[in-house]
Design a protein around this ligand. Structure first.
Ligand code: THU
Length: 138
């Protein structure tokens, strides 16, 4: 594993420690890397009104965007099961807004305690994404 992926996965694990998941007990952590090397973490935050829950990936991305960032180079995601934390559909859609699917550097990094690291870009994770271009053509 390269050093950058290792650092980002560790930041995701640190963020996972902050998860608020009293209903599912399924903790998720994410960490995003910006173009200038900053890292923003996020965890899942559940709610008694289940639909108000937010996933770790969106917490991390919105954390970065709230600080003025618009491009995310990498995102690492981990979960308390120790297996791959495959992002949900809504999080994939949000990633596609801020990640470049054509750049080799732009990766989603997942880790499984038995299978190791899995890296892919957003085009692989969400083919045929809805984007701003679709609105322009509407
Ligand atoms: N969850 C995430 O944080 N990310 C995902 O991509 C999928 C699901 C969280 C939401 C909820 O707190 C828990 O996992 C169970 O669905």
């Amino acid at each position: 594993m390269d050093r950058q992926a290792e650092i980002l996965l560790q930041a995701a694990k640190d963020a996972m420690e902050k998860a608020y998941a009293p209903y599912s007990s399924f903790k998720v952590g994410a960490a995003v890397l910006t173009e200038d090397g900053r890292i923003f973490g996020g965890c899942n935050i559940e709610n008694a009104s289940y639909g108000a829950t937010i996933c770790a990936e969106r917490t991390a991305i919105f954390n970065a965007v709230s600080c003025g960032y618009r491009k995310i180079v990498k995102i690492a995601v981990v979960c308390s099961s120790g297996h791959y934390a495959y992002p949900c559909g809504i999080c994939r859609q949000v990633m596609s807004e801020f990640m470049d699917g054509t750049s080799k550097e732009s990766l989603i990094i997942l880790e499984d305690c038995e299978k190791g690291i899995l890296e892919m870009n957003i085009n692989e994770m969400l083919p045929y994404a809805f984007s701003g271009k679709d609105i322009e053509n509407g």
